[in-house]
Write a protein that binds this ligand. Structure first.
Ligand code: NZQ
Ligand code: ZN
Length: 396
C-alpha cells in the first residue's frame, strides 16, 4: 500500500426530510448570504426549491439564485454565476441538484475569488488558493460530487470537457435525502449507477499491490450496488434501495475506495470526449466505454480482471487450480459479459450504436484526447492514442 493523506471534511446529513435542515446548517457554518444554484427545473417541479428557500428564510439567511444549469455543464453558466455571486456578495454556494449543478457551484466558488479566468484552474494554468464555501442538497446519486473536491466543466468554444480537483472545493455539508431521488427518470437512475460503479472500478484496477482493505471495500460496494440497483429500477419508490444507492454514490467517489493505490481514470477520459462532442449522459457513456476498456485489458493485463470477475461477478473457478493464461482471459471475459448484461438489464446502452451514435468520429475524439491528456493515458496499462482508438472501436 502506498503512503496517503485522506481528507474528507464534509458533514453529511442523510435521511428522510433532511432538506428542511438546510437553513440551520447554513447558519451553523456562518453563512451570511447564500447563492442557490440549480438545474433545468426538476427542483422547481418537485417543490424542493421552495422547501429549501423556506428553510433558509426560517433561519434568517438571505439568498439569491442561479437556475438553468444544464447536464454536462458549460463555462457560460459559470461566468454568469461568478458575476452574480460578486454582485450579490454571496459567501456560500448552495447546489440543489446533481453533479452538473454541484460542479458549476464549485467552479463559481473558486472563480469568484480569482482575478483571472476560472478556466485557468481546469487547464492547469493556476492552482486554487481560495474558494467560497460550497454546500449541497443532492437530488441524484451519480457523480459523487457531493463528497468530492472535483468539478467537471465543458468549454463551449472548444468543446473541451475537463475536470479538476482541490480539497478547497469539498462541500462543507451535503444533505442527502433518498426520497428526493424517487422522481428520477429510470435512464438517469441507471446512468447514475453506471457512473458510481465506474468510480469504484477506476480505482480498483491498479497495479499497486497489497491493497486488500480497499479492494474488499470496492468489491463490497460494487456487490451492494449490483443487488440494490435492480430494485430501484423495478420500484422507483423503494426507499431502502434508494437509500443504499444514494450512499453508494458517495462512498464510490469521496476517495475512500482509492486510498494508498495508483488509480486509472482512462475510461473517464475516454468518456468525457464522447459527452463533450455528442452531449450524452456521462454514466451512459461509461456503460459503453468501461466494458470496452476491460475487453482490451483482458489481453494486456488480465490478473486483476480475474479477481474482479471471481469476487464481484461470482464467475466460478476451480478452487486451488492455477489458471493458464488462456483460462484467465476466459474468466475475465465472462466477468465482462456479466457486467454488460447487468447494464443492459438496467436499460443502459453498451455500445456506440445503442447510444445512437452509429458512426462516432474516432479521429476527432482521439485528437481532442491528445490535446487534453497528452500522448499516454491511464495507469493500469499506459494507453497510447492508438490503443485508445482500439478501445473506441471495441465499443462500436
Ligand atoms: O436539470 P434538472 O432539471 O434538475 O434535471 C436533471 C438533469 O436533467 C435530472 N435530475 C436530477 N435530479 C433529479 C432529476 N430529475 C428528476 N428528479 C430528480 N430528483 O437529471 C439530469 C442529470 O443531472 P446531472 O446533474 O447532469 O447528473 P449527474 O449527477 O449525473 O452529473 C453529471 C455530471 O457530473 C460530471 C459528469 O461528467 C457530468 O458532467 N462528473 C462529475 C464528477 C465530480 N464532480 O466529481 C465526477 C464524475 O465522474 C463526472 O465526470
Ligand atoms: Zn463519473
Amino acid at each position: 500500500m502506498n503512503n496517503f493523506v485522506f481528507y474528507s471534511p464534509t458533514e453529511f446529513v442523510f435521511g428522510k426530510d433532511t432538506e428542511t435542515q438546510v437553513g440551520a446548517m447554513a447558519r451553523k457554518y456562518g453563512a451570511r448570504k447564500v447563492m442557490i444554484v440549480y438545474g433545468g427545473g426538476s427542483v422547481v417541479r418537485s417543490g424542493l426549491l421552495d422547501r429549501v428557500k423556506a428553510s433558509l428564510q426560517e433561519a434568517g439567511i438571505a439568498f439569491c439564485e442561479l437556475g438553468g444549469v444544464q447536464p454536462n455543464p458549460i463555462d457560460l453558466k459559470v461566468y454568469e454565476g461568478i458575476e452574480l455571486c460578486r454582485k450579490e456578495e454571496a459567501d456560500l454556494l448552495l447546489a440543489v441538484g446533481g453533479g452538473s449543478t454541484i460542479d458549476t457551484a464549485k467552479a463559481i466558488a473558486c472563480g469568484a475569488l480569482y482575478e483571472g479566468d476560472f478556466w485557468d484552474f481546469f487547464i492547469g494554468k493556476a492552482v486554487i488558493e481560495k474558494a467560497l464555501k460550497v454546500a449541497v442538497v443532492l437530488t441524484i446519486p451519480a457523480a459523487g460530487s457531493e463528497g468530492s473536491g472535483n468539478s467537471v466543466i465543458t468549454k463551449t468554444e472548444t468543446l473541451q470537457k475537463l475536470g479538476m480537483g482541490s480539497n478547497k472545493l469539498r462541500p462543507l455539508f451535503s444533505i442527502l435525502n433518498p426520497q428526493l431521488t424517487c422522481t428520477l427518470p429510470p435512464y438517469q437512475t441507471a446512468s447514475g449507477v453506471a457512473d458510481m460503479m465506474a468510480h469504484i472500478m477506476e480505482r480498483y484496477f491498479t497495479n499497486t499491490r497489497e491493497v486488500e482493505i480497499s479492494d474488499r471495500l470496492c468489491e463490497g460496494v460494487l456487490k451492494a450496488i449490483i443487488e440494490e440497483a435492480p430494485k430501484v429500477i423495478k420500484d422507483p419508490n423503494d426507499y431502502e434501495a434508494r437509500a443504499n444507492i444514494m450512499w453508494s454514490g458517495m462512498v464510490a467517489h469521496n476517495g475512500t475506495c482509492g486510498v494508498g493505490r495508483e488509480e486509472d481514470w482512462s475510461s473517464h477520459a475516454l468518456e468525457h470526449e464522447i459527452s463533450a462532442i455528442y452531449n450524452v449522459t456521462h454514466g451512459a457513456g461509461l456503460a459503453v466505454v468501461f466494458p470496452a476498456w476491460l475487453t482490451w485489458m483482458a489481453t494486456h493485463n488480465v490478473d486483476k480482471l480475474v479477481q474482479y470477475a471471481v469476487r464481484v461477478w461470482d464467475v466460478p473457478v476451480p478452487i486451488g487450480k492455477l489458471l493458464s493464461d488462456e483460462e484467465k482471459v476466459d474468466v475475465a471475459t465472462e466477468g465482462i459479459r456479466r457486467l454488460k448484461a447487468f447494464f443492459t438489464s438496467l436499460g443502459l446502452p453498451v455500445s456506440f450504436a445503442e447510444l445512437h451514435i452509429e458512426h462516432p468520429d474516432i479521429p476527432r475524439m482521439i485528437e481532442s484526447l491528445r490535446r487534453n491528456k497528452g500522448n499516454l493515458l491511464g495507469c493500469y496499462v499506459k494507453l497510447t492514442m492508438e490503443d485508445c482508438a482500439d478501445i473506441y472501436r471495441l465499443a462500436l
